[in-house]
Design a protein around this ligand. Structure first.
Ligand SMILES: [Zn+2]
Length: 416
């Protein structure tokens, strides 16, 4: 356990990192999506070098990688801790002015520079466990960026802890700070081999105690509906309007099931994200989500049946149905490596933290990394209300995340 004499450094780091604008860009086709993310990556490399980790480097794609070398005789499996430097495109991350509300005593938190932005006590059940905590918020005009700069700061502090306490044994600890997680491209140029870890943990979750080992499995479906276009003046008994076929198809979809707005928990869905085109050709895009791969396929079959019905109702029209694999539930990988989760649970137990194990209705970088050969569950970083002006994080929860990272690294050494 980290002793009480250790001077934690995560707070000053975090307050520094959130002031660097690292918003990623959904529209961009370059990598990283916006080079301003590298402003923080460069600072991190410098700080790693100041810590004495001279192998720290920023690669040409914007990934920071470094290794804290093993200090034990044992042959310890190298593990990695990963966080992302970018912030959500949803809310500006420019000129972030973090505010620390010391010794929180309950009630709503009004953000001072835009009083219409309020962290409402009744809507944030975690707040009741934060009485006496020091809570960091924005001033109401920006994002905070605790997602995921809290994770970045916590990993940096854990490294600092090991360096300041060389008698605490650990194996090779690899770290990676990625760009573009928020635009779904965080693993696009991720060099798993170069990182050199066997297992990893993303520090990108919310509430204290979160360990996420299950994500959705995800496909996209692209449907092309082709009609029969004829000059409208001479179209009688000839024209088949693709716009009408597409509308009919969308209208056939159930209103009470199979969609994001009608499902929760472990239920899957298909979700139409766009319809575009004209009378000769329409493109309908869908995303398909479920926790079980077979059910994902069933949803696709069901969707196709509605499409076939729509096309049959408009003789002369035709359709193509293309499935594009996106990512898979990481649990299928992690179940073959149970110690990855087990050691994290053991770390929480030692810290007297209640584990929160939920299945994420979404993906993480870990879902892709797990299938790229690096099994990677997601752990809490402490933040709340991600992607919103009302984002907040408690200093005490960040400290717990640092302790959890340290403890996990120690356990991998002990069990080697
Ligand atoms: Zn995140």
């Amino acid at each position: 356990m980290i002793d009480t004499n250790y001077n934690f450094t995560f707070l000053e780091r975090f307050l520094k990192y959130v002031k660097v604008d690292t918003q990623s860009d959904e529209e961009s086709t370059t990598f990283p999506s916006d080079p301003k993310q590298l402003d923080l990556s460069r600072i991190l490399v410098e700080e790693l070098k100041e810590l004495g980790i001279n192998n720290a480097e920023l690669d040409e794609h914007g990934y920071v990688m470094a290794t804290l070398p093993s200090n034990t005789e044992k042959d310890v499996t190298p593990i990695a801790f990963i966080a992302h430097v970018d912030t959500s495109p949803a809310v500006t991350g420019k000129n972030v002015n973090p505010i620390i509300h010391k010794n929180y005593q309950g009630g709503d938190i009004v953000l001072p520079n835009d009083k219409s932005k309020v962290i409402v006590y009744d809507e944030n059940p975690e707040l009741k466990d934060m009485i006496g905590f020091d809570i960091i918020t924005t001033d109401g005009t920006t994002l905070l960026g605790a997602d995921d700069k809290a994770g970045v700061a916590e990993i940096m502090d854990a490294l600092n802890y090991f360096i300041k306490n060389p008698d605490v044994k650990h194996g090779d600890i690899k770290i990676c700070f990625t760009p573009d997680e928020e635009v779904g491209r965080g693993t696009e140029k991720f060099d798993v081999k170069k990182l050199g870890a066997k297992y990893a943990y993303t520090i990108d979750g919310g509430t204290r105690g979160e360990i996420e080992t299950e994500t959705f499995s995800a496909d996209a479906v692209e449907i092309k509906i082709t009609g029969k276009n004829v000059h409208p003046g001479y179209a009688k008994d000839k024209m088949v309007n693709a716009v009408k076929v597409a509308s009919h198809f969308i209208d056939l979809l159930p209103k009470d099931k199979f969609s994001p707005e009608t499902t929760e928990g472990r239920e899957g869905y298909f979700h139409c994200t766009s319809v575009n085109g004209n009378e000769s050709e329409m493109i309908c895009k869908f995303i398909i989500r479920d926790f079980i791969d077979e059910k994902l396929k069933e949803l696709e079959t069901t969707l196709k049946e509605f499409l076939d019905k729509a096309v049959a109702d408009y003789p002369g029209s035709s359709a193509e149905f293309k499935v594009i694999e996106q990512y898979r539930n990481m649990v299928y990988v992690l179940k073959d490596h149970p110690m990855v989760e087990e050691y994290a649970l053991e770390a929480l137990k030692r810290l007297d933290i209640k584990p929160l194990q939920t299945a994420i209705r979404g993906g993480t970088d870990g879902s892709r990394l797990s299938y790229m050969g690096l099994p990677t569950p997601n752990l809490f970083a402490g933040g709340h209300n991600f992607h919103a002006y009302t984002e907040y994080v408690a200093i005490q929860d960040m400290e717990m995340a640092v302790r959890a990272i340290v403890e996990i690294a120690k356990i991998w050494e002990e069990r080697a």
